[in-house]
Structures are given as structure tokens and as C-alpha cells.
Ligand binder design. Structure first.
Ligand code: ZN
Ligand code: ZN
Length: 318
């Protein structure tokens, strides 16, 4: 009887905390969390409230909550490492990793979370250190190493260091082969599965797709969008712009293709073989809002549901 009452309650509490997290209402999320009986709180409650703190910059509160959690599961530790890394508190994040590794084998997601924070804060020395550690610790985990290599490359390009960007790209190709780098997206339109790779011009409606991309790009800029050059992982060729390179990502082509159909979609679904980049993620949130279209993107690590209110279900944690 207890479970049948407790279950729905905790679920609705957790989803309320999630809503607060998404809307930057960190204090409200903590209030809700504190109202839940300690015995009922589950892993999800802890993760949601830590995410809420992270999004609102409430690092002291996050640390207090974290320290009180009795069963600190891997997911909870990862959330805390992510939280600390977003705030550039890398020593504390490293300490959590060290403590964890005293009795467990290293976890690549922890390193990726920290590397992603180092990228956001343009911390080159730390990015290089983490990448090298990952290379020796997770030598068999190819997709993690590719993500790590791209994160390091982002750090270099955010500082305009294109020589290093190029060097790491060549290194990546040597290690993982050419295919590893190519992003491919699929989308189903009118019962037909269509496939795009980056800068694809092979589709018969290619001209229309690129014209639509330009319209989308103009609408994005009208809404204050700025392209993020740190997501370019190679040096620009002649005639290329930051915008033209980022617009050519396969998921953006797939989105544009959906929008040139006869009946305007209110829903579309895209699958991508790699993780979606942060620029595409930001752009897709705004496109969903401007065009009032629900967009689902399943990428290598999770399913993103971009809502018409301009938010994504992952709450920008990816
Ligand atoms: Zn992208
Ligand atoms: Zn997302």
C-alpha cells in the first residue's frame, strides 16, 4: 500500500523539480526537494535537484545536498562533477574522480564531463591533460575518445589556435580512420528514409534544401542567434564562413529537408550517428520555437525532444 501511494508522489515531485531546473528556478527546486521525505527521495530526485543547482549557479547548495546523499551512485557523482566543472571548480571535480577511483575502475563519462567544462572555460592545459589521461585509460572506448578529441579541438579553436585544431584532426583520423569523423543523419519523410552527410549535395532537391537552410539561418539571426565558431573542428577553407560550415552539419540538412515538404510539419524525427554538437543543439531549440515544430533528435548518446517553447528535454546536459 505504501508503495502505491509513494510512487506517483515521488514521480510528480521529481518532474516538478525538473520543471524548476529548466526554468532556472534553483531555489524553488531546492524547496521542493527538501519537502520530500528523505526515505522517499530516489536517485532521480537527487540528480534533478543537482541539475537545478547547476543551472542556477547554486554551487554551495549543490555541494551541501551532495554531501548529505547517502547512496552516491555513479550517475549522482557524474552529475556533481558536471556541476562543479560548469562552475570551473576543477580541483573539487578532480577530487570526486580520485575518491571514486579508490574503489572503482575509471569512468569515462566523468572525464568527459570535466573535459566539457574545461572546454567551456577555454582551459587548454587542463583539456590536454584530461584528453591524454583518457587516451591511456580508455584506449578501447573509441566513441568516447572521439568525443574527447573533438572537445579538445573545440578548446583550441575557441582560442583561435587552428594549427592545433588541424594537428588533432589528423591525429584523430590516424587513430580512428576517416569514417569515424563523418556525421550522418537520417530522417523519414512521407515513408521514405533519407540520409545526409555533412555538406551533402547529393540529394535531388539539394538546391531547395540549401535555400531553406538560408531562410532558417536568417530567421535564427533575426532572433538574435550567433553561430558558435568553437564548434568548428578544422580550419576554414577558401570561401567558407563559420555559418556555412555549421549550417552544413547533417542534422541541419535533415531539418531543412523536412521543412521543404508540401505540408508544413508540426513534428519531425531525426537520427544521428554521432553526438549532436552544441551549435546544432542551440539552433534546433530556436528553430523548434520559431517554426512551432516538435523536433526529436536521437543521437549517439540520447534522445533530444526539442519543444515548441524552445527547450530541449535533455536540459542542455549532453
Ligand atoms: Zn552541429
Ligand atoms: Zn537536448
Amino acid at each position: 500500500i505504501f508503495q502505491s501511494i509513494a510512487q506517483p508522489e515521488i514521480i510528480s515531485y521529481n518532474s516538478m523539480i525538473n520543471v524548476c531546473a529548466r526554468n532556472g528556478m534553483g531555489y524553488e527546486a531546492i524547496d521542493l526537494y527538501n519537502k520530500i521525505d528523505e526515505n522517499i527521495r530516489d536517485k532521480i530526485s537527487h540528480i534533478c535537484v543537482l541539475n537545478a543547482c547547476s543551472h542556477s549557479g547554486l554551487i554551495d547548495q549543490a555541494q551541501m545536498i551532495f554531501n548529505k546523499i547517502e547512496k552516491q551512485s555513479v550517475e549522482i557523482i557524474i552529475t556533481m562533477i558536471d556541476c562543479l566543472s560548469r562552475m570551473a571548480m576543477f580541483d573539487q571535480a578532480q577530487k570526486l574522480i580520485d575518491d571514486y577511483e579508490k574503489s572503482n575502475s575509471p569512468n569515462s563519462i566523468m572525464y568527459t564531463a570535466m573535459l566539457s567544462g574545461a572546454r567551456n572555460h577555454r582551459h587548454v592545459v587542463l583539456s590536454e591533460k584530461l584528453y591524454n589521461q583518457m587516451k591511456s585509460l580508455f584506449s578501447n572506448e573509441k566513441s568516447d575518445l572521439i568525443s574527447a578529441s573533438i572537445l579538445l579541438s573545440n578548446t583550441y579553436s575557441s582560442l583561435g589556435n587552428y594549427q592545433q585544431v588541424e594537428a588533432i584532426r589528423i591525429d584523430r583520423m590516424k587513430q580512428f580512420g576517416k569514417n569515424a569523423k563523418v556525421g550522418v543523419s537520417w530522417t523519414e519523410v512521407n515513408g521514405q528514409l533519407v540520409r545526409f552527410h555533412a555538406h551533402d549535395r547529393s540529394h535531388p532537391q539539394s538546391n531547395e534544401i540549401y535555400a531553406e537552410l538560408e531562410r532558417l539561418s536568417n530567421e535564427l539571426r533575426e532572433h538574435g542567434y550567433e553561430y558558435d565558431s568553437t564548434w568548428i573542428t578544422r580550419s576554414l577553407k577558401d570561401g567558407e564562413t563559420v555559418e556555412s560550415v555549421l549550417c552544413g552539419h547533417s542534422e541541419k540538412l535533415a531539418i531543412a529537408f523536412n521543412f521543404i515538404q508540401h505540408s508544413l510539419p508540426s513534428f519531425m524525427q531525426i537520427t544521428k550517428n554521432l553526438r549532436v554538437c552544441e551549435d546544432c543543439h542551440r539552433a534546433t531549440k530556436l528553430i523548434a520555437k520559431i517554426r512551432q515544430c516538435d523536433i526529436i533528435v536521437r543521437d549517439a548518446s540520447r534522445i533530444h525532444h526539442f519543444h515548441t517553447n524552445g527547450q530541449c528535454s535533455c536540459q542542455d546536459h549532453f
